[in-house]
Write a protein that binds this ligand. Sequence first.
Ligand code: C5P
Length: 228
Amino acid sequence: MSGRQRPVIAIDGPAGAGKSTLAAHLARRFGFLNLETGAMYRALALKAIERDLGFDEEPELLQLAGHTRIRLEPQAEGNRVLLDEVDVSRRVREADVTAAASRVSVHPQLRAWMVDQQRVLGQLGGVVMEGRDIGTVVFPDAEVKIFLDAAPEVRGNRRFKQASPSQPVTEEAIVRELRERDERDRNRAESPLRPAADAVILDSTGLTLAEVLARAEEIVQGHIDRVR
Ligand code: C5P
């Protein structure tokens, strides 16, 4: 038993599966906080870029983390990200930070630093927490675990359609980048991306967004009805 009054909803899965959209929807629907843990890795990666640190240098990155404050402010459509009290919400979504976050997040001690903070953020429950290791490592006792997956081509195509027309990027390049990030997430030694044994696997490859949202809502509502 977790001892929490309200549940932790863990949403994990590969990049571009639609986790953020789903997490924001569930948070709104059930009145929970929405916490995007990827934004924390992105924020630290941004600071490493600004300081010209190597992404493979764990001791330096860890030292940097010790002098860094990352805050997530849940909003209706995702998180506002504050890095040392500066709003970096847009900057952390850019391609160089995305690539750096994927590399920075392989380091075990750095992950432990992130996980400690994520546990504090979610300890009271009433949160939808989204990432790669929420159901396996951060909250293995989460009341609801959803692993949202989709074929790489489908994820790439969705991202391509969302990309702003001013960004000169091809669909092939997006799919390639998603595959690279997935591979790094799935094959790292520490907390690799995988579904928790007790996660519900939701494959959105052949589903519309409305169908994915409805199915996930049913899963969360099912839990709420069971414990009522
Ligand atoms: O989810 P998002 O794409 O914002 O995450 C950025 C990167 O941070 C991912 O590519 C992944 O490598 C890493 N990440 C992680 N564990 C999490 C969340 C994100 O390793 N819980």
